[in-house]
Write a protein that binds this ligand. Structure first.
Ligand code: JHZ
Length: 419
């Protein structure tokens, strides 16, 4: 059913997007929130922001954890997208290593590699440097334009079966199709699999990286739940998705980025999976990811996490000390809105992304300033809304800590760093 919220469309999920079951169990609600990457211009301060339910459900049949609503992707990704991957130096290094690894492992030099959701070309760049014929497909106009301006060929479109067929007809089959932090964003996963069938060479491989449900649950990364992330993957539902369509997950690697991610390698059925796939499936069973109790406990830990952060910041503010934050992240907006923070709690957020600076965060309406603000103002405490880059940020701002500044790491329970 399609509904309208403040003029913007979303639909409720009535059936699992992988197996079609209508047995869906809701275990966590983070309230009604605005879209995490839709920053507010200061001049638009008085206009209301559409809010959407942020509720997590689990398919009782196949185990896919997913959101209970799907916001129209044209609203989420269609025009200007605030997130540019290359703004985070650790991600640039990560994708550099990533290119190295897959060019070697899959023999991609001289071969066509298509990346779905290629953002500003953060992976296309090192792939091209290593001799792959890299082509991006990216729906957000601003980031696609930035990639093309750098000579990283990017089609400014939503990826789908028609685009896949067109690429295959014009350039031949792809040796690899890559999708990073994009599979979780796609509603019609069946269409992705059909597109792979149309585009991949017979020995071609699909490589995808996305935040991992196991890490989300274990480390209480509830803030990574927002409307862009429709699915929260574990290995079982993925095996079902690809298995039903004549493909197989043949290898899986755990990666440290974004709080813990999976990188999967998918090939046409017939190739024996490596032991890594079984090892991960066993680990998930042992961790209880197939049982309701794990999610009930997770929901409880989410409220404990929120209460610990609220309590810590309230104590700091009561002592008259100043608080700012670093990283105007998408996940930060889930956290700020769920905790009910305003500028009374966090005065501003420093961020390295030029297009975010000068804007306000959705919902909480906290101003975003350049990173230099932390050095100019020297707030007593800085909340790590980009906690996934704690090492890089604390290294970059070592002078801030020498000057007496302290960071607040918000999850799983809020803590001061260095203590
Ligand atoms: P970062 C993104 O979420 C976007 P976000 C997306 N929705 C997705 O799927 C997930 O990743 C997985 C800034 N920064 O990477 C830059 C500094 O200011 O944690 C970014 O705005 N100084 C596609 O938005 C933000 O923090 C620094 O030193 O939660 C980081 O955003 C560094 C390292 C970053 O992702």
């Amino acid at each position: 059913m399609t509904r309208v919220s403040g003029g913007s469309a979303y639909r409720s999920v009535e059936a699992c997007r992988i197996c079609g079951s209508s047995e869906l169990w809701a275990f966590l609600s983070l309230g009604q929130t605005p879209l995490a990457n839709t920053l507010v211009r200061p001049l638009a301060l008085s206009s209301p922001e559409p809010r959407y339910p942020l509720e997590v459900i689990r398919c009782v049949a196949c185990g896919l954890v997913q959101l209970s609503v799907v916001v129209d992707p044209r609203i989420l990704f269609g025009s200007d997208y605030a997130y540019t991957t290359s703004a985070s130096a650790p991600m640039v290094s990560h994708f550099d290593r990533y290119a190295d690894e897959i060019v070697t492992k899959l023999g991609l030099a001289g071969q066509l590699v298509v990346e779905i959701g290629s953002n500003d070309g953060v992976l296309l760049r090192p792939l091209a440097q290593r001799g792959a014929r890299a082509l991006g497909v990216e729906p957000a106009t601003n980031v696609a334009r930035a990639a093309n301006a750098e000579g990283l060929e990017t089609l400014n479109e939503f990826f789908g079966e028609d685009v896949a067929r067109r690429i295959a007809a014009e350039r031949g089959p792809a040796k690899a199709v890559v999708a990073n932090n994009v599979l979780a964003h796609i509603d019609d996963l069946g269409a992705v699999v059909r597109s792979l069938d149309a585009l991949l060479a017979s020995d071609g491989v699909f490589v995808a990286e996305f935040p991992y449900l196991g890490d989300l649950v274990e480390h209480v990364e509830y803030d990574t739940i927002y409307h862009e992330h429709l699915s929260y993957f574990s290995i079982g539902p993925l095996q079902r998705l690809f298995g039903d369509a004549g493909f197989a997950v043949v290898d899986v690697e755990r990666q440290g980025v974004h709080g813990g991610s999976l990188r999967i390698f998918v090939a046409r059925a017939g190739r024996a999976p490596s032991a890594s796939v079984r090892v991960l499936a066993d680990a998930e069973r042992r961790a209880g990811l197939h049982e309701r109790a794990a999610y009930e406990r997770f929901a409880l830990r989410v409220t404990e996490s929120r209460d610990s952060l609220r309590g810590l910041l309230a104590g700091i503010r009561a002592e008259g000390r100043s608080v700012a934050a670093i990283g105007a992240t998408a996940k930060g907006n889930t956290l700020l809105n769920y905790c009910g923070f305003t500028t009374a709690d966090i005065a501003y957020i420093a961020d390295s992304t030029p297009v975010k600076q000068g804007m306000l965060t959705p919902g909480a309406r906290i101003p975003i300033r350049p990173e230099s603000a932390l050095r100019e103002d020297h707030p007593d405490f800085t909340v790590l809304l980009a906690w996934n880059y704690t090492d890089a940020i604390t290294r970059k701002f070592a002078d801030y800590v020498w000057g007496g500044g302290r960071f607040v790491h918000p999850i799983p329970l809020a803590r001061i760093m260095p203590s």
